[in-house]
Ligand binder design. Structure first.
Ligand SMILES: [Cu+2]
Length: 157
């Protein structure tokens, strides 16, 4: 009976090592474990100085992470926003962070979560490629190239 119990101890030691590995991975930069797909910015007429950016954010970590800020050289101010239903009216609201559940993809899309760009510093033409930087809860950042796109038939950001 001694040998089987030693065997079990070996299994537990292995499980413990796996846990340590996961902890080490989580201690790495969040930005290295987050994939951002199809980032784009809504094209707006030159007189409009406000627009929004959308994308899919895939959290490849086993823990809950957050986007805490964003920035782009084409906007003087950037905020994280969501839409809420308020007595049948859709309104935007600033939020402190965008929640990224573990091993899930979070959609930023018209009518939902978005990154709001205020006081545009230049005219954005469809096809323009704009750097956009996201900051995560551990302070790490990731810069992607967002394409300016006409977004047809969607509600305003
Ligand atoms: Cu907004």
């Amino acid at each position: 009976m001694i040998f089987p119990s030693i065997g079990r101890t070996g299994i537990w030691a292995g499980a413990l090592l796996s846990c340590l590995c996961v902890t080490t991975a989580a201690a790495q930069r969040v930005a290295d474990h987050v994939a951002i797909n199809d980032p784009y910015i809504r094209a707006v007429p030159p007189v409009v100085k406000t627009t929004a950016a959308f994308m899919q954010i895939q959290n490849g970590t086993d823990s809950e992470r957050f986007v805490v800020d964003a920035a782009t050289p084409v906007a003087a101010a950037v905020e994280l926003h969501m839409h809420v239903h308020d007595d049948g009216v859709m309104r935007m609201r600033r939020i402190p962070h965008i929640h990224l559940p573990p091993q899930r993809t979070t959609s930023l899309e018209p009518g939902g979560l978005h990154i709001m760009l205020f006081n545009l510093q230049r005219n954005l033409q469809p096809g323009d490629q704009i750097p956009l930087t996201l900051e995560f809860d551990d302070g790490s950042t990731k810069t992607v190239t967002a394409v300016v796109r006409d977004v047809q038939g969607m509600m305003k950001p």
